[in-house]
Design a protein around this ligand. Structure first.
Ligand code: FAD
Length: 395
């Protein structure tokens, strides 16, 4: 067994990991940065509906005409539990990515900045040694035998099932009520507005979560849903999804299927310790209302990559020093997620009848004026039950 020293080891080649590796190198071109990805190719398999907002994405890459974009989205259509459709008009709402290409593009940027990227290579264990470094065992890829890497800083970007967090002694458990089980098909040959994303709520449709259709083009879409198992009637996510598709999108051809977990909680209580930072899904940095985590993962990766470079430069990678990264994350988005989580909890108390009546109220607003802000303001007036939700948002 051989050993190798690196300054920064990034475990996981998703959006969080690639941006962390890129930013560490950008901050200090002298750093030896290694990113390992367990899967044989970055971006494969895709376990995601691939939707992102315009502004967040543009902080990292220009989507106009980019080969890693599947579709531009300019409308959101909410479907109430009784199928009442509410069209929301927003300009440049967002994008559906082609994550196979997008994730590969991010990893290639990290590589171009000088980070080493090893695919098919899994981190299998990690221990803190007396030399003040983390010794991480790597397996697979181009390695003939297990190899130990000694790292000053390890960035755990290893997704929902993070092992780096556990190895480092960080508590990354999630309450069952805040874990959504998702199922999704890629479906061809069904009818939908290719410029719109569709979201449907309702206990019979997707208890504790929602169902979605995100266009990948004019003829293909990601069609999926997430449920909280504790709230289900005994069916799993795929069974709910099959029922939803049979009712709303019969007749298409299913050309892809995936499952995955989404943590709709708040940022983990501790996301850093001596020589370790967790980023993205590994640190529960998903928006608990929307379940979106791609842009959050990239923003956290940027903070962590820069924090790692600064800590190494100053010769201090202690838990105290890396706690700055946690504080910066909370100021950037983590505190907002606490508010969104409170809204999520309040919405859970409202039943299908409430959402059906809200949809009819909102449809009274002329379509061009139907922005999310206006909808919320109208809803407050007509549905006083929402006032406590708003109050919880602002405190
Ligand atoms: P990931 O993208 O999960 O990357 C983690 C990587 O680490 C993986 O590639 C994994 O193979 C690798 N890895 C794990 N362990 C090891 C190890 N020991 N050694 C080496 N490599 C390892 N978010 C949105 O913003 N919009 C959406 O529309 C959306 N839809 C979703 C739909 C579904 C069904 C699901 C499940 C999630 C969805 N999300 C969505 C969430 C989004 O996919 C994640 O938030 C995002 O991918 C997080 O990025 P990440 O880099 O933290 O983790």
């Amino acid at each position: 067994m051989s050993a190798r020293d690196v300054d920064v080891l990034v475990v996981g080649g998703g959006p969080a990991g690639s941006v962390a590796a890129l930013e560490a190198r950008r901050a200090d071109g002298g750093l030896d940065v290694l990113m390992v990805e367990r899967d044989r190719a970055v971006g494969v398999p895709v376990r995601c509906a691939e939707g992102v907002g315009d502004a967040g994405l543009r902080e990292f890459a220009n989507p106009d005409g980019a080969p890693w974009v599947a579709r531009k989205i300019t409308r959101v259509i909410f479907l109430a539990p009784d199928d009442t459709a509410v069209k929301v008009a927003e300009r440049d709402v967002g994008w559906i990515l082609d994550r196979t290409r997008f994730d590969a593009m991010l990893a290639a940027e990290a590589g171009a900045a000088g980070a080493h990227v090893w695919v098919g290579t899994e981190a299998t264990r990690m221990t803190r040694c007396t030399d003040g470094r983390w010794h991480v065992t790597l397996r697979g890829g181009a390695l003939r035998d297990d190899e130990t890497v000694r790292a000053r800083v390890v960035i755990g970007a290893d997704g929902v099932e993070t092992m780096v967090g556990r190895w480092a002694g960080l508590d990354t458990r999630v309450p069952a009520r805040d874990m959504e089980s998702c199922a999704q098909y890629v479906i061809q040959g069904i009818d939908f507005d290719p410029d719109a994303i569709y979201l449907q709520f309702g206990d019979a449709v997707a208890p504790g979560g929602y169902a979605w259709l995100f266009p990948r083009g004019t003829d293909a879409a990601n069609v999926g849903l997430g449920i909280v198992a504790l709230k289900s009637d005994g069916r799993n996510a795929r069974e709910y999804l099959d029922a939803w598709i049979a009712r709303r999108y019969p007749g298409g051809t299913r050309t892809g299927y995936t499952v995955g977990g989404v943590i709709v909680h708040t940022t983990a209580r501790r996301i850093s310790t001596d020589g370790v930072m967790l980023v993205g899904d590994a640190a529960h940095m998903i928006n608990p209302l929307s379940g979106g985590g791609i842009v959050n993962a990239m923003k956290a990766g940027r903070l962590a990559g820069r924090a790692a470079a600064a800590a190494i430069r100053d010769g201090d990678t202690s838990a105290d020093r890396l706690a700055r990264f946690h504080r910066d994350w909370m100021a950037l988005l983590g505190d907002d997620h606490l508010k969104y989580y409170r809204i999520k909890q309040a919405l859970e108390d409202l039943d299908d009848a409430f959402f059906n009546s809200l949809a009819r109220t909102v449809n009274g607003i002329p379509e061009p004026k139907r922005t999310l802000g206006r909808i919320f303001a109208h809803a407050l007036v007509r549905h006083p039950q929402l006032i406590p939700v708003a109050a919880r948002f602002f405190i």
